[in-house]
Design a protein around this ligand. Structure first.
Ligand SMILES: [Zn+2]
Length: 284
């Protein structure tokens, strides 16, 4: 890889402009930029006479019409990496436009950021989906969300990674649907899949997949160690820990940061390194 290539791909992140990120795989950026979604949600299409659409994104008619037009007639399925609304809110309208079934990992109770969908044909662990010359393997990858899956395009050596890894934003783990122990195990699992490049749902292509996965895992463990260090004999709230860990954080971001800290506290508890009492968290 080269820096030039990364820069090129960054420049290609333009709403509605399709970019071929690998042979047979197209990315289309949806018009929903925000602090949580970075430039917006990337929808992916595995081309073929029976195309697959992954993550239709928000319920934006123009974006969905673009996806339907690029995919062509006979769409095989609309697949979701997970049900968070920035990925799934457009699924029902796109299903109505294309006649294709919505496919996601099974989930019995919706999380707070989930869109309700009709999951016509639940995805199955290790299943191979085909579109044209591409074969995409489905792997459960919980942590960011309990129903999260990734799609490994083996021929392209590309991992369509949803929100397990992001190029332009930090992955948030919001308990209870998000779970840090699962997320760390998922990172190990993704490393085991040994992709060369990562196609995230937010941001440009990540060219050094193994390096990025290792970097993100090290970052999470470092944060967790910092939290464990600051847990003492007196009980603290996640918000109090945020104030000590990130004193310069803007007030608007404190609630999300506190949930992220909570995810680490729960993981520390599971390891016997923290306990939750009536007045807050303390070291074990
Ligand atoms: Zn998400």
């Amino acid at each position: 890889m080269s820096a030039e290539r990364a820069t090129d791909d960054q420049a290609g992140l333009v709403v509605g402009r399709p970019v071929r990120v690998a042979p047979g795989i197209i990315r289309v950026l949806a018009p929903n930029p925000s602090p949580m979604t970075g430039p917006g949600t990337n929808s992916y299409i595995a081309e073929g006479p029976r195309a697959l659409i992954i993550d239709p994104g928000p319920d934006d008619r123009e974006h969905l019409e673009k996806l339907a037009q690029l995919a062509g007639p006979g769409v095989r399925a609309i697949c979701l990496t997970h049900r968070h609304s920035d990925h799934a809110a457009g699924a029902a309208r796109l299903a109505a436009m294309t006649g294709a079934p919505i496919r996601a990992w099974p989930k019995t109770a919706l999380g707070e950021h989930d869109s309700a969908i009709v999951n016509e044909a639940p995805l199955v662990e290790g299943e191979r989906l085909t579109a044209g010359g591409q074969r995409l393997a489905v792997w459960h990858s919980p942590g960011h969300a309990a129903d999260h899956v990734v799609f490994a395009a083996d021929q392209a050596n590309l991992l369509i990674a949803g929100d397990t890894l992001m190029q332009a934003a930090t992955v948030v783990i919001l308990p209870p649907d998000g779970r840090m122990a699962d997320y760390l195990a998922t990172l190990d699992r993704l490393a085991g899949l040994a992709p060369q490049r990562i196609a995230p749902a937010h941001g440009a292509l990540i060219d050094d997949a193994p390096g990025e996965i290792a970097r993100v895992k090290a970052h999470r463990l470092r944060r967790e160690a910092q939290i464990a260090e600051r847990l003492g004999g007196h009980a603290q709230s996640p918000e109090a820990l945020v104030a000590r860990l990130y004193p310069e954080l803007s007030a608007a971001l404190v609630p999300v940061a506190a949930r992220q800290v909570l995810a680490h506290l729960i993981h520390l508890d599971e390891q016997g390194r923290a306990v939750f009492g009536p007045d807050g968290w303390r070291g074990a």
